[in-house]
Design a protein around this ligand. Sequence first.
Ligand code: GSH
Length: 213
Amino acid sequence: MIHAYTWPTPNGKKLHIMLEECGLDYEVHPVSIRQGDQHKDSFLAIGPNNKIPAIVDTDGPGGQEINLFESGAILIYLARKSGKFLADEAAEPANYFATLKWLMWQMGGVGPMLGQAGHFLHSAPEGQTYAIERFTGELKRLYGVAEKRLADVDYLAGGDFSIADIASYPWMVNTPRYNVNLDELPNVRRWLAAVGERPGVQRGLAVLAPPKT
Ligand SMILES: N[C@@H](CCC(=O)N[C@@H](CS)C(=O)NCC(=O)O)C(=O)O
């Protein structure tokens, strides 16, 4: 059984989508980052970086319990456990490394830059022009990188839906937050639509989501 310590933020949604897409059994343990649950000792024993998501798999390698934090590491682990959304390294090395490359692009670029842009646009005190220009400039560049890539391939890693898409989608889908105009990014728009219509993605986005009234 996989225990998911999580909250419905972009990094948490990566895990929710992956668990649903893989069809793995899991139990959700909400960690309210608004109420500071990420700083409690009970959570830090699993996620020592004070950030969601984290998992415990009671049936890890060799039948031993394993815990993991960092969403990219969790996606790789669950992909290897389920045999889904990451090609086998020995059988398809080019596909395997393409997926890791675009996963790391998300982890090192899209997540941190969109995170900072969102903070300075919406949460910081007014007058932070330098920070806003820096981070919105970076996020526009990153959307541009995706646009160019997706002009050539259906999904970020190539022809197949992969953990690179699962990592990037929950961040990149929120275009109004980042003032991104999808009319200028037709291939990103097509990719967002294709990922968003997957039933597993929709079920993942519903995990811990407030009820729609
Ligand atoms: N690199 C980490 C980032 C995780 C992260 O930033 N999580 C945010 C929510 S999206 C969080 O827990 N924030 C709580 C805090 O910073 O106190 C990952 O990908 O897992």
